[in-house]
Design a protein around this ligand. Sequence first.
Ligand code: TRP
Length: 460
Amino acid sequence: MTEQENRKASNHWRSSIGFIAAAAGSAVGLGNIWKFPYITGQNGGGTFVLFYLLCIVILGLPIMVAEVMIGRTTQSSPVRAFQRLSAPNSGWQVVGMLGVFAGILILSFYSIVAGWGLHYLFLSIVGGFPQGNNPQAYTDLFDSLVQSVRLNIWWHSLFMGITIVVVLRGIRGGIEKFANWGMLALLILLGGLAVYGATLPGFLPAVKFLFAFSDNFTWKSALEALGHAFFSLSLGIGVMLTYGSYLQRHDDVVGTSIAIAIADTIVAIGACLVLFPIAFSVGLEPSAGPGLIFINIPLALLQLPWGRIGLLVFFVLLLLAALTSAVSLLEMAVSFLIDSLGWSRTLAASTMGGFIYLLGIPSALSGGSGFFGAGLKQLIGMSWFDAADYLSSNWLLPLGGIGISLFIGWRLNPQLRTLEFQDGSRLGSKSGLYSGWLLVVRWLSPIVIVLVMLYNLGFF
Ligand code: TRP
């Protein structure tokens, strides 16, 4: 790789803070604010949280370093990156292609959940929630939203529209600027909500739930924690690789990756520290499942002082998080079109954005009684939405993770690997850290991921 192959200046982050904000923006998403709290609730709290943190540090962080490093080294989008580091027709490029496919699929249903967030933000503004302590009314409200074709398509259109506009504006003027402001606002809002949470009577029970050992931690919880660590850090499909490709050749990889993982973890734990006190304060359990933030939280908050403002702030926070993640997923697929097919950004972003928008429509119809919802449920046991989620989270992400690990661990030229790990990073030049990292990408990560997949196939 020569310096001439470096990208043009406008194709680089303006600053490393910008990179950290964008990558943390990708990592912090619905996974942190919607999913992490409810799976923590379902898996009993403390032990699950501890195990999740271990997964982040021991497995997630090394893979993140690997991805960002491939990006920085090749200055290329996923498919080309693998071609450059092996051979133009090498089978390794399939890892990149799989990633692009997974990213497209994930964004197509991610936008539907984000759309529910938009609808709830709208309801918080206009005051469209049922009165009083009436759980059934809140469940009905959510169910009717999930079933409504019109509402799902409308909010999906708006969410994808905003995402496309940000990506159209490019790295510096679009993604980086949006991430800088968005992440700053997100942290302020989360801080505000956490202070509010600390004033509630449910705060102490919530802290106890979150940090005390629990007894309903099972094998299944362990695997769920592992899979979620991958999802939450946006790993396995080349999103971090793409963002890494906009770093300068000698920017720090190890240090910035650590910062990103810390930011992601703070927001996940922070979201629990906001949501659990609210639930506990009105006597609700946090184990409500996917409906936690759409049913229990509005129900609980609107019975508490300042609840309406709290709810509004919460949904703004959720949307900021979702948007910066959606932008990263679209950018990955767009950078593939630009890099591999030579398209302009405008053409690539509008075509790819439009395609993902259309692919999202079956997901938007998945709560309904038509073919993509009830019909598929009868045929294959899950709706289109569920199938897209299942396929990407349980298969494509882990497969991509294995591919990246094996490539870095076994295929990449060892000299280049050592050099690239150390380049630009004070931490990276500690030899113990390098050997530990290599051990993880070579052995630990592929083995553990295969175990998870065997489990998903029903082996143990
Ligand atoms: N990490 C994001 C979240 O927590 C979602 C996401 C964005 C993602 N890009 C990704 C997940 C790439 C997997 C791969 O919501």
